[in-house]
Structures are given as structure tokens and as C-alpha cells.
Design a protein around this ligand. Structure first.
Ligand code: NAD
Length: 348
């Protein structure tokens, strides 16, 4: 299991079979030191229930780190609804699973607040909200912060600018060659923002249906493997985790990396390898915090305000600059500097 914080143990782990759906619902509360633990509800198929629990434990720890480094008044948690392998859920059982999960969240009495994640949507939060008050990310119409992806994408753009500035001396993106790998909810939005800023794009996705839209942006389409190692100024990983490993990093040509994908490093020591190769990597849990920053505004006294969310998302660039400064000053990697900043915020 990948661990960035070795000294903090989880506060709570709750696993419960949903009485309506018969499916396991799991909540891991890693830390409430800075506030209620917040993290999405993942609806996913695992090898077995142990793997699902491991995932909840790992992801909740990641959320503690993400919120702490951004200075948010939130802790780290994660929910999982385990979908049995080979059993597709029909609409009724799926809804029952969401209601069961909502009940599980309510039983924790507010130490965990759920949100959307892989396999769940803003609409699903409405179903969960019939069983618990501890839900965020409801639609804007219901007073919630809505889809987090636009804010994640905006935050990634600020992270790219900060990383480009540190690498090339100016944050200007006009004329910069940028490769975006993964064109989903976040990646496609990042590609559009980059195109608007005048960057020259190379893009890739395993789903070829994404090509039409990126053609309209004037982007050059290639395979994910080629995009990863193309001779660009910036690499922007926006698909899955584990893409930076000991095989790929020696082949990279981009001197700067900043993207949305969670857990980009296959192992923590890849951060050292990147540094040895003089490649500046924006820690993923700093660069992709826009979604959680957006949700955090729901917890402010005045309630959710999109303008406030935009302003707070902009701070991601400043946080990253401070992390790059700290890494330079202590002759260490951005990963080590970001982790130290999170630990300081947790202690203070
Ligand atoms: P998504 O499922 O909408 O998009 C992922 C895209 O990546 C899809 O288009 C998929 O076809 C593509 N893809 C999958 N495997 C690929 C591969 N090997 N090579 C190239 N493309 C591949 O997901 P998303 O919401 O856009 O999130 C993208 C990443 O950002 C994930 O790692 C997610 O955990 C992370 N993230 C998302 C948010 C958010 O607000 N949605 C917030 C923080 C982090």
C-alpha cells in the first residue's frame, strides 16, 4: 500500500452490509484533526471485500493530505459501495445501495461527509441525502457546490502555470507545447483551457470517441504511450494513477509535469527519480485539489458561493509556488515538501 503519511492511523473504519441492496458499504475516516472527514463515495467492483477496505483506507489517507496541504478546514475520509464482480446493478438495486450507503454515513454522526467520486454522480448525492444530512456536492439547484470537475480543471491550469513559471521563468502558456493524457471530465476541460491560453496541444485517450472534440481545438491526436513521452514542454496526466514509474520516467522528454490524475507516482521513490532527471513534478494532491476546494466553500459560514470557490481555487498556484520554494530551500523533492506542509498543517 502506497503511504505518504506513515505516522497517522485511521480514526474509524465502518463496514456494513446494506439491508436493502445486500451490498457492502464501507466508510474509512482517516483524520478529523482539521474538520469533518470528507471524501467521495466510490461505487466499484473489487477482487474481494478486503481489497475494497484497503482502497477506502488508502484513499481516505490521501484526502487528509489533500485537504491539509490546501489548508482547508476538512479531514480525510472515503466511502465505498462494493459492487460484486460479474453482477451489474439494475436501477432499483443501485438506488437501494445509495440509500444503504446514506444510512451508513448517518450512523457515523458527522465524522464523515460524503461527496461524488468514481461511479457516483451529483444526482446520486440527492438519493444519499434522503438518508443523511452529511452529504456535500449536491446540485447547485439544491444549494450544493455541484459538479467538482470544472474547479478541478481550473486548479490544474493554475498548477500548470506555476510549474511552467518555475521551469521556464514565465507562466505564459501561449506557444507552449503541452501533452494532455486522458480526456474525461477533467482532462477535456483542461485541454480546452490550455487551447484558449494559446498552448499547442498533443492529446490522447484510450477512448477514440474523444478525438472529434479535440480536433476542434486544433490538438494533435496520438496514442497515450506516445503522448506520455512526447517532446513537449509540459506533460499533463489526467487519466489513471501509477503512470509515472521507473520504466516511463527515463523516457520522459517533458521538463515539467502537472495534472489531475490521483496517485500519479507508482511509488514514492519515483519523486527522487524525477528530480534526478531535472523534471519538475507538481504533486498531484496539490494540483488536483480544485474539486475539494470547491466543496469546502459549502462549509463556510455564508454557504456555497461560486465566486469564492473560484478565488480559493486560484490559491492552488500560490500553494504550489510555496512548495517549490520549500523544496529548493531544503534540497528535497516537491513531494517531500508538500508532505511536510500537510504534516505541519495537521500539527498546527
Ligand atoms: P473520467 O473517468 O471522466 O476520465 C478519465 C479519462 O481517462 C477517460 O476519458 C478515459 O477514457 C481515459 N483513460 C483511461 N485510461 C487511460 C489511459 N491508460 N490512457 C489514456 N486515457 C485513459 O475521470 P475524471 O473525473 O476526468 O478524473 C481524471 C483523473 O483525475 C482521475 O485520476 C481522478 O481520480 C482525478 N481527479 C478527478 C477529480 C474530479 O473533480 N473529477 C478531482 C481530483 C482528481
Amino acid at each position: 500500500m502506497e503511504r505518504y503519511l506513515a505516522t497517522l492511523d485511521h480514526e474509524e473504519l465502518y463496514a456494513r452490509r446494506g439491508p436493502r441492496s445486500g451490498l457492502f458499504t464501507i466508510v474509512a475516516v482517516h483524520s478529523t484533526v482539521r474538520g469533518p472527514s470528507l471524501g467521495g463515495c466510490r461505487m466499484w467492483t473489487y477482487e474481494d471485500n478486503r481489497a475494497a477496505i484497503r482502497d477506502a483506507l488508502r484513499l481516505s489517507e490521501g484526502m487528509t493530505l489533500k485537504s491539509a496541504v490546501a489548508g482547508l478546514p476538512l479531514g480525510g475520509g472515503k466511502g465505498v459501495i462494493v459492487v460484486p464482480a460479474g453482477e451489474g446493478l439494475d436501477a432499483k438495486r443501485r438506488r437501494h445501495a445509495l440509500l444503504d450507503f446514506g444510512e451508513t454515513v448517518e450512523r457515523l454522526g458527522g465524522t464523515y461527509v460524503t461527496a461524488e467520486d468514481v461511479g457516483t454522480s451529483t444526482a446520486d448525492m440527492t438519493a444519499i441525502a434522503t438518508q443523511t444530512q452529511y452529504v456535500s456536492g449536491l446540485s447547485r439547484r439544491s444549494g450544493g457546490s455541484g459538479d467538482p470537475s470544472p474547479f478541478t480543471a481550473q486548479g490544474v491550469l493554475h498548477a500548470i502555470e506555476a510549474t511552467v513559471e518555475r521551469t521556464f521563468g514565465t507562466p505564459e502558456l501561449k506557444g507552449r507545447a503541452v501533452a494532455v493524457v486522458g480526456l474525461g471530465h477533467v482532462g477535456l476541460r483542461v485541454a480546452k483551457l490550455l487551447a484558449k491560453a494559446g498552448a499547442e496541444l498533443v492529446v490522447a485517450d484510450i477512448d477514440r470517441s474523444k478525438r472529434a472534440e479535440t480536433d476542434r481545438l486544433g490538438a494533435a491526436w496520438t496514442t497515450p504511450a506516445k503522448a506520455m513521452t512526447s517532446a513537449v514542454d509540459v506533460l499533463v496526466p489526467c487519466a489513471l494513477g501509477g503512470v509515472l514509474d521507473h520504466d516511463v520516467v527515463p523516457q520522459l522528454q517533458a521538463p515539467a509535469i502537472a495534472g489531475a490524475a490521483n496517485n500519479q507516482l507508482a511509488s514514492a521513490d519515483v519523486a527522487d527519480l524525477l528530480r534526478e532527471r531535472d523534471i519538475l513534478w507538481a504533486p498531484d494532491f496539490v494540483a488536483n485539489a480544485g474539486g475539494i476546494v470547491n466543496i469546502s466553500v459549502e462549509f463556510e459560514p455564508g454557504g456555497y458561493d461560486p465566486e469564492r470557490a473560484k478565488a480559493k481555487t486560484r490559491e492552488i498556484g500560490d500553494t504550489l509556488r510555496a512548495i517549490f520554494d520549500a523544496a529548493d530551500a531544503s534540497n528535497t523533492t516537491p513531494l517531500a515538501a508538500a508532505t511536510a506542509r500537510a504534516e505541519r498543517n495537521l500539527a498546527g
